[in-house]
Write a protein of this length. Structure first.
Length: 161
């Protein structure tokens, strides 16, 4: 079977162009490709042409090295969170601070016991909230004869009047 496509292209005005390039081209039909034969392969010898039986068992679960590492790190994180929670509950709401009210501002001859985590700056800010903390810290150091601005928990400090 031969088919001819006829395209009506006007030749270009260029005299060097060969008009044969605009001639219609014949198209011939080609035989279709043969379909390949498929063979069914079976794992078991002697059972040709049958489908292999599908196993109902699943493969066992295997953890890779990264999977084991993630599992161990997850357990460590969970254990640390639980221990932090137990520790926070054991400390109670007071968290080591005494329930006594801070001394009144400007009370003459008042004293304060240094609590864990207290600094002279924090004590000065509590005792005289409207005064400059630098001045109050220096007054506490002078009044108590301290060599430096460091204090220890449980230390008794006399506050300036």
């Amino acid at each position: 079977m031969t088919a001819v496509l006829d395209f009506d292209f006007a030749p270009l005005a260029d005299p060097e162009v060969d008009p044969a390039i605009f001639a219609p081209l014949p198209i011939t039909a080609v035989e279709p490709f043969p379909r390949p034969r498929l063979r069914l392969v079976c794992d078991e010898p002697g059972r040709r042409g049958e489908r292999p039986a599908v196993s109902a068992r699943r493969a066992p679960l295997r953890l890779t090295r990264r999977g084991r590492l993630v599992a161990v790190l997850g357990l460590v994180l969970l254990a640390s969170l639980l221990s932090a929670l137990v520790l926070a509950l054991a400390m109670g709401p007071a968290s080591g601070r005494s329930a006594a009210a801070p001394p009144a501002a400007g009370a003459a001859g008042s004293t304060v016991v240094v609590q864990p985590g207290d600094t002279l700056w924090a004590i000065a800010s509590r005792v005289a909230p409207k005064a400059d903390p630098r001045v109050v810290v220096q007054q506490i150091i002078d009044r108590n004869g301290l060599a430096s601005a460091s204090v220890q928990a449980g230390q008794l400090l006399v506050l300036p009047s």
